[in-house]
Design a protein around this ligand. Structure first.
Ligand SMILES: [Zn+2]
Length: 299
């Protein structure tokens, strides 16, 4: 991205946001629990790095498209509908975890949720659910946790044919049919299409986006976000090195909402309890996307 483009973005986006939230205090750091198993094998770690690189690439592409393509044209193409623009229920938040199930991490997330009496939604990749049926069973057995369809193997729907998109949805559904009650779908990378919108609606799905992007993938690499990631994720300057602070400030900014996180990042779950307790300390109540007042946030 050219330097002048970055400056233009900073002026048009970051400064108004910074002004709007200049009075927000930084999040106080609390003790974070240690996950039971952070030892990933090398191939798993490698695939996570690849996935993080892909998320970054698609995030920045979305930002570029938004800056260079007329909003009406983007709207007609249904390409980026996962950022929910409507207001969430006031001071209510709902956690969602994508890209699992993930050995070691799914179990830990369930433990934390149980400890705090919270119900979350797990948008599973079909191929991984097939590889780890025991983890699907654990989520299924956990009290009230919700399972959603997150495609078969997580391609970018903007880069595959309409029929391939349909196959991605249907193959996941074939595996998880008994768990998809109700039927909830989330696009990989949030990259949507008009054709698949129609398909999933005809199949009885609701499409679930998010109000709050934790951008956990960006913080995962070094604990900090770079300037492009910060702009793309809407991370205020004071939180460039503070994942928890970013999530809490984003929740504050939207006054609640559906929060996007990923099961595959160890930092996400290491900080999960801290995020929960800080949000609760700020008066946010945890609900689930199945709750009545979250229904208007889904499509
Ligand atoms: Zn995903």
């Amino acid at each position: 991205m050219a330097r002048n483009t970055v400056i233009r973005i900073l002026h048009s986006f970051c400064i108004p946001v910074a002004i709007a939230f200049c009075c927000c205090s930084g999040a106080a750091a609390g003790p974070a629990p240690e996950p039971p198993n952070l030892q990933q094998n090398l191939s798993s770690q490698h695939s996570h790095e690849e996935e993080t690189a892909k998320i970054r690439k698609h995030h920045l592409k979305r930002l570029e498209d938004r800056l260079t393509i007329e909003p009406s044209i983007l709207q007609e193409s249904c390409r980026y509908e996962s950022d929910i623009s409507t207001r969430p229920p006031l001071k209510r938040v709902a956690l969602t975890f994508d890209d699992g199930p993930e050995p070691g991490q799914t179990e830990f997330i369930l433990e934390i949720l149980k400890k705090h009496g919270i119900t979350a939604a797990f948008f599973m990749i079909g191929q991984k659910a097939q590889q780890h049926p025991e983890l699907v069973e654990k989520v299924r057995a956990a009290n009230h946790q919700v399972i959603g369809n997150h495609s078969w193997d997580h391609p970018n729907f903007h880069e595959i044919s309409t029929s391939a998109q349909a196959e991605q949805v249907l193959r996941n559904e074939l595996l998880l049919a008994n768990d998809l009650k109700p039927k909830l779908f989330r696009y990989p990378y949030g990259n949507s299409s008009c054709e698949t919108n129609k398909l999933v609606h005809s199949l009885g799905y609701k499409i679930v986006g998010w109000h709050i992007d934790s951008c956990d993938w960006a913080f995962e690499k070094t604990g900090s976000v770079d300037i492009k990631e910060a702009i793309s994720c809407g991370v205020l300057p004071q939180y460039h090195n503070d994942y928890v602070g970013h999530v809490v400030s984003a929740a504050r900014a939207r006054n609640g909402g559906i929060i996007l996180m990923h099961e595959i990042h160890p930092n996400t779950i290491m900080k999960l309890e801290e995020i929960i307790t800080q949000l609760q300390a700020e008066g946010f109540a945890f609900g689930t996307i199945l709750d009545e007042d979250f229904q208007q946030s889904m499509r």
